[in-house]
Design a protein around this ligand. Structure first.
Ligand SMILES: [Zn+2]
Ligand SMILES: [Zn+2]
Length: 305
């Protein structure tokens, strides 16, 4: 399964000449999901050659401008480019008013249907599911209602070699049961163990996107063991108090979350524009979690291939 993340922007608060505010694209097989949409996201989509008419689902973590100000412009461009297909927007209540007010005052009647799905900042919930993967929210702790998003592959059904089917003369109901990871007991007492007769399939992969949040125990539970965790690290330790006051995280704290949750890889992002040299983020994180990398525009993270 193709499972990739492309970082479009990883700056906090203000766009600068060095960094675009937050946005990224998650690709699952042929489907593209836009996660947050800071100012200038459509320019980044063009720059990194993401065909944005292929995006059918947009997830907005919260209503601070650095996470959604690019959305009215992107929707307007989709309209001008002749989009017909419905577009699903997931985010906190209020995102509808923001977009609808824009459209109303420009007397724009979209060529396509815009479908809002409001996220619940208090309870984890599934937002979208297919046969092969699901997307759900992650509860975060920020100054305003805010959720992250968890992309999870579903467990794949194990396969059975033809030679095994022949050898054991497996019947269709037996094959179905074995593929469901159930052992089969035949009338003569013979036991067909699914673990012995099926081929191993790769473990399902997962990606957790934690946008703005203070360090929060509940996040540790929700991202337990994910393949890749993107966690905000707006500040370094020199601004620990400021991080707590503004409900943000430091690089060290993000690494502590990754370590406690036993994730495979950590990606740091959402850097305050006060920092030019980002290497110090890595240094602070590495002391607690080795497999850490810094988000940067255009970075492609391969979760599964
Ligand atoms: Zn932010
Ligand atoms: Zn915020």
């Amino acid at each position: 399964m193709k499972f990739e993340v492309t970082i479009l922007g990883c700056g906090a608060a203000l766009p600068t000449s060095k960094r675009f505010p937050t946005a990224q694209v998650v690709q699952l097989n042929e489907q593209l999901f836009l996660v947050d949409c800071g100012e200038g996201t459509q320019i980044q989509l063009r720059k990194y050659k993401v065909r944005f008419l292929r995006i059918n689902h947009i997830f907005i973590s919260h209503l601070h401008g650095d996470h959604y100000l690019g959305l009215p412009g992107l929707i307007s461009s989709m309209h001008l480019l002749g989009r017909r297909k419905e577009l699903h927007v997931y985010g906190p209540k209020g995102i509808d008013e923001i977009i609808d007010t824009n459209l109303r005052h420009s007397f724009t009647q979209l060529n396509f249907e815009l479908i809002y799905h409001f996220t619940n900042p208090k309870e984890q919930e599934e937002l979208h599911t297919t046969e092969t993967f699901s997307i759900s929210t992650i509860i975060l702790k920020h100054r305003i209602p805010c959720t992250g998003f968890l992309f999870q592959e579903k467990e794949r059904k194990p396969k059975i070699n033809k030679s095994v089917i022949k050898e054991h003369q497996l019947l269709i109901p037996e094959i179905i049961a074995l593929k469901r990871r159930e052992d089969v007991v035949r009338e003569n007492g013979e036991i067909l163990a699914w673990e012995k007769l099926t081929l191993k399939v790769p473990e399902p992969k997962s990606y957790a996107y934690c946008s703005d949040t203070k360090m929060y125990e509940r996040v540790v539970e929700q991202v337990q063991g994910v393949s890749c965790l993107y966690h905000e690290s707006t500040f370094l330790n020199d601004q620990k108090e400021r991080a707590a006051k503004t409900y943000h995280t430091t690089a060290e704290q993000a690494a502590q979350v990754a370590s406690k949750a036993g994730v495979e890889q950590l990606v740091l992002g959402h850097f305050s524009s006060r920092y030019r040299d980002l290497e110090r983020f890595l240094e602070e994180a590495h002391a607690h979690f080795a497999n850490t990398l810094l988000a940067e525009e255009g970075l492609k993270i391969v979760i599964d291939s």
